[in-house]
Write a protein that binds this ligand. Structure first.
Ligand code: NAD
Length: 438
């Protein structure tokens, strides 16, 4: 099929490349000229495992093209996906749909009759209805509007897209349903479950999924706090409950609070939707509060671990991206932590395997090291913020020998206390028994 993908970010580029790999002809469109020029020259705008090879292979086969010109990309397309950003609106937390509606008005000028417009962006309930209205206002009538929320995870995006747990399609007519089934046919052959439902239900399903995962993370984080007070180990609690099929082991890793480009903004947007219709969502609302407080509070842990004021102390931060295998810094827990360390007078040396370029746009006044050893040199404390694989096999003895202090604050529970202590470090994990005065 001929597909246009408006927005060539994490979701648009990965989806576009995977659809092309299924055998469709995909044109990825973006108004960011540098991004498109880069892609046409073979340069990836994001760091995502396996992406470069997939993009190059499909571009060479002529199935995947990139353009700044929306008309060129949309005019012959049978399906036009919208994968532009829907960030939280500054000030009130509503999903900002400016980019979505702009894209709809632009595509309306050139879309072919009989085509299907599909929102892949995460959009609040009712956005599909509004898109239909805009299309009508622009004189477009013979076009269907469907919802197909995306559930890929950055860092494992291609595998997720090609082997999804499920595909959710919200369609109001046969044409939209048939079109999306045709696009995803290669995945049905692999028996990926597909849920066909109403457009509004599909839109809400995406928010409900992210909100539930945010709840799960915040739940185990609070249990971790309790573990510290009563001398229990959250790793074992998580395993003990996660082995129960009704609970499941995933998203039960205690840590510094969730971040990233989705959970923070999507939980807020869900609350705004609920507000608008006068329905309380106390669990999600509390989750947002718990998580915000947790991220803001991580600096206290470092301060207490170091045993007093942070003024003049050198803190090595390992990992800046919001999770491993991505360079995405959006709402990363490292941001409030590093900023608070600086505010309290600490010097910060940081290392992230791939996020340095993004992080340099965010932080001022920190030293960027080119490896973990460089960051740790002369530091009073080492803080693991992102659990990159390469931080799982650090030579702790060597690091300890090059540090000024002995503190290891492991916000991802990568190491065991004994291991760290054998290397001469004083270990502080998350939820692993009584360790700091509360
Ligand atoms: P992104 O910011 O990486 O990419 C969005 C792209 O859209 C940008 O390159 C921007 O230049 C482009 N754009 C904006 N307006 C445009 C227009 N009118 N015409 C052409 N291009 C335009 O965003 P993302 O992370 O890919 O997220 C996109 C959507 O997918 C969001 O709604 C997000 O919530 C959702 N989502 C994201 C993820 C994720 O892991 N990143 C996962 C699932 C769903």
């Amino acid at each position: 099929m001929r597909i246009a993908m408006i927005g060539t970010g994490y979701v648009g580029l990965v989806s576009g490349a995977c659809f092309a790999d299924f055998g469709h002809r995909v044109c990825c469109i973006d108004k960011d000229e540098a991004k498109i020029d880069g892609l046409n020259a073979g340069k990836m705008p994001i760091w995502e495992p396996g992406l470069e090879a997939l993009v190059k292979a499909n571009a060479e086969r002529g199935r995947l093209t990139f353009t700044k010109d929306l008309t060129e990309g949309v005019k012959d397309a049978e399906a036009v996906f919208i994968a532009v950003g829907t960030p939280a609106r500054r000030g009130d937390g509503h999903a900002d749909l400016t980019f979505v509606f702009e894209a709809v008005r632009e595509l309306a000028k050139v879309i072919a009759p009989g085509a299907v417009v599909v929102t892949k962006s995460t959009v609040p309930v009712g956005t599909g209805d509004r898109i239909e209205e805009i299309l009508r206002e622009e004189g477009v009538t013979d076009v269907s509007v469907a919802s197909n929320p995306e559930f890929l995870r950055e860092g494992a995006a291609i595998a997720d897209f090609k082997h999804p747990d499920r595909i959710v399609v919200g369609a109001e007519d046969q044409r939209a349903e048939h079109c999306l089934k045709e696009i995803y046919r290669p995945l049905f052959l692999n028996r990926a479950p597909i849920l066909i439902t109403s457009r509004r239900t599909a839109e809400l399903t995406k928010y409900a999924a992210n909100a539930f995962l945010a709840v799960k993370i915040s739940f185990i984080n609070e249990i971790a706090d309790l573990c510290e007070a009563v001398d229990a180990d959250v790793q074992d609690v998580a395993r003990g409950i996660g082995l129960d099929n009704r609970i499941g082991p995933k998203f039960l890793h205690a840590g510094p609070g969730y971040g990233g480009s989705c959970f923070p903004k999507d939980t807020l947007a869900l609350l705004k939707t609920a507000d608008k219709v006068g329905v309380e969502q106390r669990i999600v609302s509390t989750t947002v509060e718990v998580n915000d407080a947790r991220k803001a509070n991580m600096v206290e842990r470092v301060e207490r671990a170091i045993g007093g004021s942070l003024k003049g102390k050198r803190v090595a931060v390992l990992g800046l991206a919001f999770k491993p295998n991505t360079d995405d810094m959006r709402d990363a827990p490292s941001i409030p932590l590093v900023n608070a360390l600086l505010e309290r007078g600490a010097e910060v040396s940081a290392f992230d395997p791939v996020a340095r370029e993004q992080a340099e746009k965010i932080f001022e006044g920190i030293d960027f090291a080119s490896n973990a050893e460089g960051a740790a040199e002369g530091a009073d404390a080492l803080v693991i913020v992102t659990e990159w694989d390469e931080f799982r096999a650090l030579d702790l003895e060597r690091l300890a020998a090059s540090m000024r202090g002995t503190t290891l604050v492991d916000l991802r529970n990568v190491y065991d206390r004994e291991e760290a202590e054998e290397a001469g470090l004083t270990y502080y994990g998350i939820g692993r028994g009584r360790q700091l005065d509360r």
